[in-house]
Design a protein around this ligand. Structure first.
Ligand code: UD1
Length: 422
């Protein structure tokens, strides 16, 4: 298995291009199932999760080709001849469950494996199921698969989510585009990926209002048509690379960066003593002093501080001046990076959903194990600030969500390389 070697080597300077959002692209790709006409996505990230979604859509009969080095996805679902999303693919990636709503709406039936456990918590699908049932679907769990039917088609309804789930909002919104009548999703997720999906669906002919607010209204139409859509900038990749010069020193410009995508994160950076400036091409980041100040962080649904940046923020807090408390409110088991950071000399005490981090002067390089996608990149960030060498093992997690990670970090001067495993 490959690993990544990082050497802490001082200031980073230059520019890092930010890719299209993985999580937006994973919702946009299944939208192809809603129409017989082609959907073209530009600015797609080149990641293994995108390949997994491609495989899943192809297994259903969709045609997917990846052009221009993977940055354009040309999709067509004129001939869907299978309605079963197999466990072997779904278990690799939870976002596979986003084919449920579109298939049900287009074909009146769908059989989708339940994703099963995942490293960061239970992550059930009850909200997806209740929402689709409110639209008139009959859903049963048999042999680990959700069997969903809507023999008389879907019908608009008012659905109030008990939690503003991103995936449930996406599944219900896609299904509702082809339902009869009006659907209102209350307490909908407000993430930029939801806004991006709604923009794309509107280009395909859907009638959607309120995406980006807690109330989304969808007027069902008879059919959707083809469209071309650029995937929104990845706010999590953006936030991750914004931390590179904060941890290692220097000044880095994030090309394609947008303040509106990372508002709560930037507020915390400012509080910690970091300047974030808008430039023509994106955002420029520089810390004000050699050491940042400790700040407390609570993860929340958008526009709050994103759970997907919590691990990276913890890596920063490990060498901050003072003590910070990080509270995880989205996923119950998302501090697995803490024991790895402790191996590098960090002082972290985890109690339930709270991690108390007392900043130390310097971390020390060590061999560490990546446990999930965001945890892996937090260990690279920590390695940039550490004395000596850090070896991050199990980097396949990184390939799921960060394209060209070694090239992007080394492009601003980091000493980092991928070591081929056996
Ligand atoms: C998406 C993102 C993920 C991000 C998360 C929160 C994708 C592919 N993934 O995940 O990177 O960390 O949003 O911003 O877009 N829940 C239920 N029942 C459900 C669905 C969710 O209880 O039916 C709970 C989950 O257990 C969790 C919380 O809701 O505690 C958030 O989940 P959700 O917003 O659905 O996250 P995902 O869509 O899985």
């Amino acid at each position: 298995m490959d690993s990544i070697l990082v050497k802490g080597n001082g200031p980073l300077n230059g520019q890092i291009p930010i890719a299209g959002a993985k999580n937006a692209c994973l919702a946009l790709m299944p939208a192809t199932l809603l129409s017989e006409e082609p959907l073209t996505l530009t600015n797609a990230p080149r990641l293994s999760d995108i390949k997994t979604m491609t495989e899943l859509l192809q297994s259903l009969g969709a045609e997917v080709s990846s052009l221009q080095d993977g940055q354009v996805q040309a999709l067509s679902s004129h001939n869907i001849d299978n309605h079963v999303a197999d466990y072997e693919i779904v278990r690799k990636m939870r976002a596979s469950n986003l084919v449920l709503g579109p298939m049900l709406a287009r074909l009146g039936q769908a059989v989708v494996s339940l994703p099963g456990g995942c490293a960061i918590g239970a992550r059930p699908m009850d909200l997806h199921i209740h929402g689709l049932e409110a639209l008139g679907a009959e859903i049963e769990l048999k042999d680990g698969y959700l069997h969903a039917k809507a023999p008389r088609g879907l019908k608009g309804a008012v659905i109030e989510l008990s939690f503003a789930s991103v995936g449930a909002t996406e599944n219900i919104m896609m299904a509702a585009t082809l339902a009869k009548g009006t659907t209102v999703i209350k307490n909908a997720a407000r993430e930029p990926e939801i806004v991006d999906l709604a923009d794309c669906l509107r280009k395909m002919g859907a009638h959607i209002d309120g995406a980006g607010t807690s109330d989304i209204t969808i007027e069902g139409v008879d059919r959707l048509h083809g469209a071309t859509h650029p995937v929104v900038t990845d706010r999590i990749e953006l936030g991750t690379y914004m931390l590179a010069p904060v941890i290692a020193g220097g000044e880095v410009e994030l090309l394609g960066g947008r303040l509106d995508l990372v508002g709560a994160f930037v507020e915390k950076l400012n509080e910690a003593g970091v300047d974030v400036l808008e430039t023509k091409a994106g955002l420029k980041v520089k810390r004000r002093a050699d050491r940042v100040k400790a700040v407390n962080v609570t993860t929340e649904p958008f526009p709050g501080f994103p759970t997907d940046l919590q691990a990276q923020m913890m890596a920063l807090m490990c060498t901050a001046d003072g003590t910070s408390v990080l509270e995880e409110k989205i996923f119950e088991n998302r501090f697995m990076h803490a024991p790895e950071l402790i191996r590098m000399g960090a002082k972290i005490d985890v109690q339930g959903g709270h991690a108390t981090v007392t900043g130390v002067d310097r971390l020390k390089g060590a061999p560490v194990m990546a446990t999930d996608l965001r945890a892996s990149v937090s260990l690279i960030l920590a390695g940039l600030a550490a004395e000596g060498e850090t070896i991050v093992n199990r980097v396949y997690h990184l390939d799921r969500g960060y394209e060209q990670v070694v090239r992007k970090f080394s492009g601003v001067g980091a000493q980092i390389e991928r070591i081929k495993g056996s």
